[in-house]
Design a protein around this ligand. Sequence first.
Ligand SMILES: NC(=O)c1ccc[n+]([C@@H]2O[C@H](COP(=O)([O-])OP(=O)(O)OC[C@H]3O[C@@H](n4cnc5c(N)ncnc54)[C@H](O)[C@@H]3O)[C@@H](O)[C@H]2O)c1
Length: 520
Amino acid sequence: MNNRVFNTDRRIKLGIWGLGRGQNFVNSARALNIDVVAGCDINQSMRDAFTRNVPGAYVTDNEDDFLAQDFDAVLVATYFPDHVKHAIKALEAGKHVMSEVTSFQTPAEGVKLVEAVEKSGKIYHLLENYPFMKDNMYLKKLWDEGFFGDFIYGEYEYVHCARQLAYAYNFYVDGKNLPVEPGWAVHNWRAALNPHSYNTHSLGPLMVITGLRPVAVEAFPSTVPMPGGLIIGDRPAKGSGASLVRMSNGGVMRNLMGSMTMDNHTGGRLWGTKAGADKMTRGHLRLCIGADGEGFKFEVTPEWPDAELGKLCDAAGHGGGDFWELYYFARELLTGEKGPWNVYAASDVTLAGILAGRSARRNGEPQRIPDFRLREDRDAYRDDNGADIPHFDAENGCFPPDADKEIVKDFNVVMRDLYHNYGLMRQVFTALQGMSIYKSLTNRADQYEIVRSVDTLRRNLPEIAAVCRKAERIANAYPDSVGGATIRYALANAPLDKIYNTEKTIAELDAWLAETLKNG
Ligand SMILES: NC(=O)c1ccc[n+]([C@@H]2O[C@H](COP(=O)([O-])OP(=O)(O)OC[C@H]3O[C@@H](n4cnc5c(N)ncnc54)[C@H](O)[C@@H]3O)[C@@H](O)[C@H]2O)c1
């Protein structure tokens, strides 16, 4: 392939607004007739990284200067609650828009966005990438051929723990996430994110595969938070968000999001009237054929719908999904052929999340999902500003305003150290749980992992005890604050007896290692 995807020399000039996630698209853009010519971020280190990534591109921290530049389209990847404000501002500046998920925070904002897109005559796409992973593209192709028949039921999920991102950026320095500064001010939106609102990676694939839209949703409140997540009263900021969604053909899907154990970013199961599919992890797709529950069930190896384009997809992020969302946008600009995520589909999926949250706050009360293609539905929600959505002040909300900054300045670092990707709490639990299941492990590589984890724990236990003591000092100073409650719940769910009896525990770990290695 000569890296030419569209049969035209026309190029699209793109500005990227928000240079964290926003920079993930730079490489795929080149092959899709897209030239990244400008970037905007309020954070200097993001701007520096962009300048290294796209030498010669214009870069600024000023959004007005940015939008005044000569380019065709903006990719909005700023803070989650600001997507709608920035998308509308870019449309009004005469730019086409790609917006990261999700599109808006309240129904009233959704109405404003839809009407701004209509008024502008510009193209708006939501950057929902999970439908465009290889397995989901393969299912979509089969679906369109009628392989599955009509949709009966589905289960999709996007479970991603990532609790450290409340306290630190998705940006690594010396193998650890860079903590948010100042240390008592948690991350703008990730800290207090309601799991229902981040629903596009699970409902999105089902919508694209089946071509159906969500029409109603209901959800019970889930009151068990994940230790290590920020505890904000009884809000489910870190925990689960499960809803049942009625689709436009009368079928039902279970949509699960959350920050829990056992991440699953791509899981899905589908039941149609003629066939079923079961895909609980990426790359493993099991089909049931024969239009019967006892039909043949076997694994298939999904292929990209276009092998040549597939070569470009494999190099892009999120299993190729990041490539396809740019592809559909460029295709619509260059050829007029529509992509799957216009502003109406974006509203459908975003509203399903907002209204699932509302249903949970109303103890499971079913919510109709309006169709913003219809004028009467827009009028009904024009003033719905989501007054019931609780606000959390990420900059000042974790500790009392007069808190001793010398004490609370370490909050983010402590929480990051305990819960980053290979964090201290994970080391503790991996070793202790691994020892209890060791005898049931048959795979040598798995056994080796556990032995290695126990050895790591015996070396790091003094550091782990020191970090827990530091955390306790912060919690004891402000026990009733959000920060204090967060630490207290986290430590209450940790084996502190083992951690604080450091010498005794190290002796036990040594004895286990000696015994295990002796037995081969
Ligand atoms: N589709 C996916 O797979 C996927 C993956 C990651 C993130 N996302 C989405 O992308 C968005 C960005 O994610 P992130 O990980 O970079 O998160 P983030 O919130 O940490 O970063 C947003 C970036 O925007 C910058 N910013 C914020 N307001 C700005 C403004 N007014 N002007 C200029 N710059 C501004 C920030 O400095 C930061 O660099 C999120 O809303 C998230 O939902 C999607």
